[in-house]
Design a protein around this ligand. Structure first.
Ligand code: ADP
Ligand code: ZN
Ligand code: ZN
Length: 744
């Protein structure tokens, strides 16, 4: 018998091994095996078994079959193979990304010996006539318990507990067992109470539609669109309850690791210990424990970030993708560059599970799929409990600057007065400034020098705290600007506004108010994110100021004002999705105000572009109108969802080489067939990052002629040599990004 084995290598090859007789009964497709490879022992996954060898060379033996309790679920296998094909990445690399623990030789699982008393032991205790008080004490201790006890815990009884237990075992009075030590990441969280809710009318209708579709047993994707606070989570909790009652399992994806504990807690309150947490920041022991419990079928709900999509949950019945529009669902590097929302739909199809995407502001693609009937739409239009949506005001910064003669205006009078009123009434304020640091641009007034990164074609951001210039792409640092490094002039200017600067201004304007800043710089430490939000929820701060990370998260009942310092940040980025992102962010953050019926909210958006489609629609809280306009634009320009894209990004240290390779790639791809277009090569918007020059090409096919994108794929695969996928060509590396989210 021969096994084809995939190894975690950047190679499209699989390898043939002979299966020795003693392993033939246990080996199966989907199981982890240890095999010799280049004089090392490597873990791989069996993809198929054969009676004749497909390989003619010298063949080595499989060394061992790993004793993981079970093979991976079939739908997961099919999904992983699909990811490998669709995202043009070797299966070994997909497995490495998806099953990080599957491949580690030592999964980091801590084990412990447990002991339990036998019936002979109980009898011995009754008839006890010997000396040996220590043995007696231990038996007595064990006789009170029904389940096995870690031997280590018996050191309370006696110091040499493990030697005593071994002696008792030889007598047949106790049994010893080795068990996985519990490392459940959810144990550390406080258990919140599950409230029994009766769904409202809209919620009930949404659930009924979902249940009806589920009963057909067919694969059905749903888009649950509802403003924040409309009770979407309560709806999917109920749907999950039904699915679990049928003995099937549930996967819940949330966009950010920081948000997973909150959602997991709500699930744990409802469903108890069958709920697991999964994300990339778990410790190895926690991951190993969860992984084993999953394969043993002991857990039936997994809540996690992007990679939780590949949790080996058997018998999947429901996949929820919360806030499906979030960019964090897209894996950028390393390959596979998959989109967890799209792959969730694929896994759902293989598992015949219901897939439920939820959002207040869906991605344009999903909205379009809802319109055209690929997804079933359900909508919640009301906030739960009758809270009204906030009143939104737009402030035109151009007008304000002219009126006040202050051309460096950061906070308009309207916004300042609104903040002042809240502080006086002891209500809270959330302010969004989606840029960290003090000022994003600095330079010399005398010689024209600007501070740019030596490795990247971007300016350095001035951070006032540490008095340094920092590159937000490669983390290069330089001393803060006291004098010009070119001409020694002391006339340094700072341009643009970051969170640090807003914080300083707020402290000057409102010396009595407590301001807390939340951005990547203040949330480096583990748990910092959670601590800041909790302190704000407890009322220890009046103003929460931050980057986009404040747009999501907790419900703050006392927040009655949301201010957007500059709604245009990000709007000018040369990416066709920048308007969509701006709309989503501004709309979301406005939704943080006035979550309580008796405290109506207000939002103030400052902007330089009051007539921009995205800004205007967000200010009107009118999502349908926004999507209709954007769809019209995308249709005209043939952008997704009206086309499919593959981005080919070339990177290398030598600019000339990169361009030459790009031209060569182009010549392989033209003339492109009907319905397909090749754009570029062109410099990427960030033409140099981390010391590498960047040139890209876009391959596009129209949805009309290529609805599933198969033609585009086949074409790219036939024209780009496989070796280009996995190895650099003369120092130039090709990155293939299928359905790119980011074109910068
Ligand atoms: P969303 O996920 O849409 O932001 P949630 O499901 O978190 O909304 O609901 C917002 C708040 O309203 C939560 O505190 C939730 O418990 C509460 N809620 C929602 N629906 C109900 C209901 N039918 N009965 C009681 N409370 C509800
Ligand atoms: Zn100068
Ligand atoms: Zn840099």
């Amino acid at each position: 018998m021969f096994a084809q084995v995939v190894l975690p290598l950047s190679s499209y090859q699989s390898f043939t091994y002979q299966v020795p007789a003693h392993l033939q009964a246990v080996i199966k497709a989907g199981r982890f095996v240890s095999v010799p490879f280049r004089r090392r022992s490597v873990t791989g996954v069996v993809i198929s078994l054969h009676s004749v060898s497909p390989f003619k060379g010298k063949i080595k033996d499989v060394a061992a079959v790993r004793e993981d309790p079970a093979a991976l679920p079939r739908d997961l296998w099919a999904t992983l193979e699909w990811v490998s094909r669709y995202y043009m990445t070797p299966l070994g690399m997909v497995l490495k990304a998806a099953l990080p623990l599957g491949f580690s030789q030592k999964p980091g699982l801590r084990q412990q010996t447990v002991v339990s008393i036998t019936s002979a032991g109980r009898q011995a205790l009754i008839d006890w006539s010997r000396r040996a008080p220590v043995q007696r004490a231990i038996l007595t201790n064990l006789s009170d318990r029904t389940d096995a006890v870690p031997v280590a815990s018996l050191t309370k009884v006696t110091a040499g507990a493990s030697a005593v237990c071994r002696r008792l075992a030889r007598q047949g009075w106790v049994t010893l067992d080795v068990q996985d030590r519990e490392a459940d990441p959810l144990v550390a969280l406080p258990v919140s109470e599950h409230k029994h809710v009766t769904l409202g009318k809209e919620q009930e209708a949404a659930l009924a539609a979902i249940t009806k579709a589920r009963k057909t047993g067919e694969f059905t994707p749903f888009l649950l669109q509802g403003v924040t606070g409309s009770g979407k989570t309560e709806v999917y909790l109920k749907a999950a309850r039904d699915v679990l009652a049928e003995g099937r399992s549930v996967l819940v994806l949330v966009p950010e690791i920081a948000l997973t504990p909150q959602v997991a807690q709500r699930f744990r309150a409802a469903f108890g210990r069958q709920v697991a947490l999964w994300h990339s920041h778990l410790s190895t022991a926690e991951k190993a424990w969860t992984w084993r419990q999953l394969l043993k079928g002991r857990l039936s709900v997994v809540v996690g970030a992007r990679s939780a999509l590949f949790a080996p949950l058997p018998n999947l019945g429901l996949i929820i993708v919360d806030e499906e529009q979030e960019g964090s669902y897209k894996q950028e590097d390393p390959a596979p560059r998959y989109h967890a929302r799209d792959v969730a739909l694929v896994r759902g199809k293989f598992a015949k599970a219901l897939v439920l995407l939820t959002s207040a502001t869906p991605s344009v693609e999903s909205y379009y799929n809802g319109l055209t009937g690929r997804f079933t739409n359900v909508e919640l239009t009301q906030r739960f409990g009758g809270a009204a949506y906030p009143r939104v005001r737009l402030v035109d910064l151009n007008v304000e600057r002219r009126r006040t003669g202050n051309y460096r205006l950061v906070l308009s009078e309207v916004l300042v007065e609104a903040i002042r009123a809240r502080i006086e009434r002891h209500e809270q304020v959330i302010l969004l400034q989606n840029r960290r640091g003090f000022a994003p641009i600095s330079g010399c007034n005398d010689c024209g020098y600007t501070a740019t990164c030596p490795n990247c074609a971007v300016s350095l951001t001035y951070h006032k705290g540490p008095q340094t210039l920092i590159c937000h792409y490669c983390s290069h640092t330089a001393p803060g600007p006291e004098a010009c490094p070119e001409c020694d002039s002391p006339h340094i200017y700072l341009h643009g506004v970051g969170t640090e600067q807003v914080e300083e201004l707020l402290n000057q304007l409102f010396p009595a108010a407590a301001v807390v800043r939340m951005d990547a710089d203040t949330t480096r430490r583990r748990g910092a994110h959670q601590r800041i939000l909790q302190a704000f929820a407890d009322g220890r701060y009046d103003i929460l100021l931050g980057t986009q990370m404040i747009a999501k998260g907790l419900d703050f009942h006392n927040v009655t004002l949301v201010g957007v310092i500059n709604g245009d940040t990000g709007l000018s980025l040369p990416d066709f999705r920048s308007g969509e992102r701006t709309f989503q962010l501004v709309y979301q953050v406005c939704g943080r105000a006035g979550r309580h019926r008796d405290k109506p909210g207000e939002a103030i958006i400052q902007t330089n572009h009051p007539n921009d489609t995205a800004i205007k629609a967000a200010a009107r809280l009118d999502s349908h109108r926004f999507y209709n306009q954007v769809l019209a634009e995308r249709k005209e320009l043939l952008y997704p969802p009206f086309s499919r894209l593959i981005r080919l990004l070339l990177q290398g240290q030598d600019s000339e080489n990169v361009w030459r390779t790009a031209q060569e790639l182009r010549s392989r791809l033209i003339p492109s067939p009907k319905g397909m277009t090749l754009l570029g090569p062109a410099s990427a918007p960030f033409e140099r990052l981390r010391g590498l020059w960047r040139v890209h090409l876009l391959l596009r096919s129209s949805r009309e002629l290529d609805p599933g994108g198969q033609r585009l794929h086949r074409y790219a695969l036939s024209r780009i040599p496989r070796t280009w996928h996995i190895r650099s060509q003369k120092g130039v590396r090709l990155k293939i990004d299928v359905d790119p989210v980011n074109l910068l």
